[in-house]
Design a protein around this ligand. Structure first.
Ligand code: COA
Length: 176
């Protein structure tokens, strides 16, 4: 089943004290010293998180790794590979208490801008079809589903498919 932007999801109410203002947060390159904070957010956000070693490898091989920081605290991150004309967004995550404040959108737009300036023609990403919040963000930025990878993700009962989404970067203006 292909995904569409018609999926209705309910937006949770923000609980004020734990919210750092993602709208005022800064985006900068991820450093090795950020990895512990990044991994803490990763573990709290995914059932099958990336290990610390994966993040260190991403830095080592020169992937585009960015963090979103508020009050000197890492509250989100994005990881993207670029090469052979294609960008692949490999991870995008915002700490649970800081979501729905535009941080994820800003991180992703920053990665896509980097891919554009590096001359990439298109960007791809995989997403669980059950991840309606992320899918809404991707569709809002112009991604379209181009395929499905069967059994791509680990899941509690076995495996889950991944929807493959694509965005043309050449000849398309970045969304506002
Ligand atoms: C996906 C994720 C990065 C979005 O980050 P975020 O900072 O909450 O997103 P933003 O506030 O920038 O929202 C941007 C858009 O995403 C969609 N969206 C994000 N969270 C949503 C929610 N809870 N309900 C409905 N739509 C949501 C909306 O389209 C929203 O645009 P709008 O505010 O104009 O309606 C965040 O939910 C997250 O980290 N999830 C866990 C990790 C994950 O699943 N990552 C994606 C892996 S493919």
């Amino acid at each position: 089943m292909f995904i569409s932007n018609s999926s209705k999801v309910s937006r949770p109410m923000a609980t004020a004290p734990e919210l750092l203002d993602a709208t005022a947060a800064l985006i900068r390159g991820m450093r090795a010293s950020d990895v512990a904070e990044v991994v803490a957010i990763e573990r709290a956000s995914y059932q099958f998180p990336w290990s610390e070693g994966i993040f260190r490898d991403c830095l080592r091989v020169g992937y585009v790794c960015r963090v979103l920081c508020a009050e000197r605290q890492v509250i989100g991150y994005g990881v993207m590979s670029i090469g052979a004309g294609e960008a692949h967004v490999l991870n995008l995550c915002v700490a649970e208490g800081c979501r729905c404040r535009g941080g994820g959108r800003r991180l992703l737009l920053g990665l896509l801008e980097r891919a554009r300036t590096a001359g990439m023609a298109e960007a791809f990403l995989e997403v669980r079809p059950s991840n309606t919040n992320a899918i809404r963000l991707y569709l809002a930025l112009g991604f379209e589903q181009v395929g499905m990878r069967r059994g791509y993700y680990q899941a509690p009962g076995g495996r889950e498919d991944a929807a493959v989404l694509r965005l043309a970067l050449r000849g398309s203006a970045p969304p506002p």
